[in-house]
Design a protein around this ligand. Structure first.
Ligand SMILES: *[C@@H]1O[C@H](CO)[C@@H](O)[C@H](O)[C@H]1NC(C)=O
Ligand SMILES: *[C@@H]1O[C@H](CO)[C@@H](O)[C@H](O)[C@H]1NC(C)=O
Ligand SMILES: *[C@@H]1O[C@H](CO)[C@@H](O)[C@H](O)[C@H]1NC(C)=O
Ligand SMILES: *[C@@H]1O[C@H](CO)[C@@H](O)[C@H](O)[C@H]1NC(C)=O
Length: 432
């Protein structure tokens, strides 16, 4: 039936576009076409505003309130309104398909970590009576407009207490034609060996070799790539300080993607690891993350946040014997993390960087190094039990080799790791 009407509808739309004087109307029609074809944009404008919205989730911990993850322009922020809809019929170009619609004023929480940028990660909360079961939500700038709004499906409608994955890594952003392919493939293969089943990457842009690996791992099943074209909507900053790296939003929207990842995987994964693409949260006393978390959870029953220290392994210091400088990797661009076995020491009086393992059901809002709002205790994991292997440019570049710690943890995986890396490289077309 729909296929029949498509060409006709197309004709009407062309006529309508010709007539329409309002840019916003045109945009919402092209969006409708996106919705019915390929993967939907992860980001969209809140109708008739400069604010952005990403996705919507029912929050069972907040009395079933609907939470819309969004990016609000802080200065332009006024009141917002929720339109909750029970979508009974398929949405068409002219009808939003709602059999019931309820609108109310939203409660807006702009996260405290906006670092002074004009836009900030926010939650738009819409409450809902327990008898009303909305399937979709739209945000309106005023209490009257209910037409032509963009609806988001409400996810996490039901709670679960068994999960598809035990450990999922949320990698917040890939941007700037990132092409560190060797470090990426090595990291993915180490993840597998320590018990990670799923990796989620928010993709703004990637270089040609990393792109091949993204495709390989998506097809193979471990990786979920979420489109994150934030640069089409805003001028994202490359850093975290507006004075040094000007822009509309902190670090390509890293805080938004981390929060989105928590809600997206709340009932899919027992734990989430919130770290960057060049970081490995490594258990040093247990054979796997599963064993590590069993121990930690026995010691701290109701904890849902585990803070892990993040020392630097400088990419400028090499293993002198060149044990893992392998010929077949010479043409693969990127860092060979197996060669960088020197770790920087702590500095007195300098705050130690950290990342986290969380139970997503314990967290309401997160930042990068700690959580902002959570239920239950947050635990600092002992350095010798677990810390991060983070190969990158040094922070203490003046230190000599003998002032650094030797840490060959990764070498323990050699036997299984090397063939797995080569298989992935070969299958991706990167092995010469
Ligand atoms: C929103 O709508 C009002 C009235 O419909 C219009 O005057 C205004 O320019 C619109 N704002 C934006 C940002 O499109
Ligand atoms: C919705 O929120 C309003 C204001 O915050 C409150 O008065 C009302 O009781 C809430 N309704 C439900 C169903 O939670
Ligand atoms: C990542 O994003 C870029 C830019 O939108 C796109 O060209 C590329 O195909 C994306 N990669 C994957 C694997 O989705
Ligand atoms: C790479 O893959 C091809 C075809 O799948 C295979 O013939 C070849 O032996 C592989 N090479 C290595 C080094 O694994």
């Amino acid at each position: 039936m729909q296929r029949f009407f498509r060409p006709l509808a197309g004709l009407f739309i062309v006529l309508f576009i010709g007539l329409a004087r309002w840019k916003w109307e045109v945009i919402s029609i092209t969006d409708l076409y996106h919705e019915t074809t390929i993967s939907p944009e992860t980001i969209q404008h809140i109708h008739n505003s400069s604010h952005l919205m990403v996705s919507a989730f029912k929050d069972h911990r907040r009395g079933g309130a609907i939470r819309v993850i969004s990016i609000l322009r802080r200065s332009a922020f006024k009141k917002l309104y929720c339109v909750l809809c029970v979508q009974a019929n398929a949405r068409t170009e002219w009808d939003d398909g709602c059999s019931q619609r309820v609108s109310s004023e939203a409660v807006v929480e702009i996260h405290s970590d906006h670092f002074g940028f004009p836009y900030g990660t926010s939650d738009i909360l819409c409450n809902s009576s327990s008898s009303f079961k909305p399937t979709h939500v739209a945000i309106s700038m005023d209490p009257i407009t209910v037409q032509n709004l963009r609806y988001l499906p409400i996810q996490n409608q039901e709670t679960k207490d068994s999960f598809k994955y035990s450990f999922t890594v949320c990698i917040s952003n890939l941007f700037g034609e990132y092409n560190n392919a060797l470090q990426f493939v090595q990291t993915m293969e180490v993840y597998k060996l320590i018990g990670i089943q799923r990796v989620v990457i928010y993709n703004t842009s990637s270089g040609p070799d990393v792109e091949k690996l993204l495709k390989y791992y998506s097809k193979e099943g471990m990786l979920e790539v979420v489109p994150w074209s934030i640069d089409k909507f805003l001028k994202p900053s490359h850093g975290w300080q507006p004075q040094e790296s000007p822009g509309d939003l902190h670090y390509y929207g890293q805080l938004t993607t981390l929060n989105e990842c928590i809600y997206r995987h709340m009932y899919q994964s027992q734990y989430l690891l919130l770290n960057d693409i060049d970081e490995i949260i490594m258990p040093y006393k247990h054979a796997s993350l599963g064993d590590l978390m069993d121990t930690l959870q026995t010691q701290h029953h109701d904890a849902g946040v585990f803070i892990v220290e993040n020392p630097i392994f400088p990419k400028t210091q090499f293993d002198e014997r060149g044990r893992f400088s392998r010929r077949e990797w010479q043409n693969v661009p990127g860092i060979n993390i197996l060669e960088h076995i020197y770790r920087e020491p702590d500095r007195k009086g300098v705050h130690k960087p950290t990342k986290m393992i969380i139970n997503p059901r314990s967290v309401e809002q997160t930042s990068v190094h700690s959580v902002l709002k959570h239920f239950g205790p947050s635990i600092n994991v002992q350095f010798d039990v677990c810390h991060i292997i983070h190969v990158r440019v040094p922070l203490q570049g003046s230190l000599h080799k003998n002032q650094l710690h030797v840490d060959k943890k990764l070498w323990e995986f050699e036997k299984r790791l090397i063939p797995n890396i080569n298989l992935a490289l070969n299958e991706s077309g990167l092995l010469m």
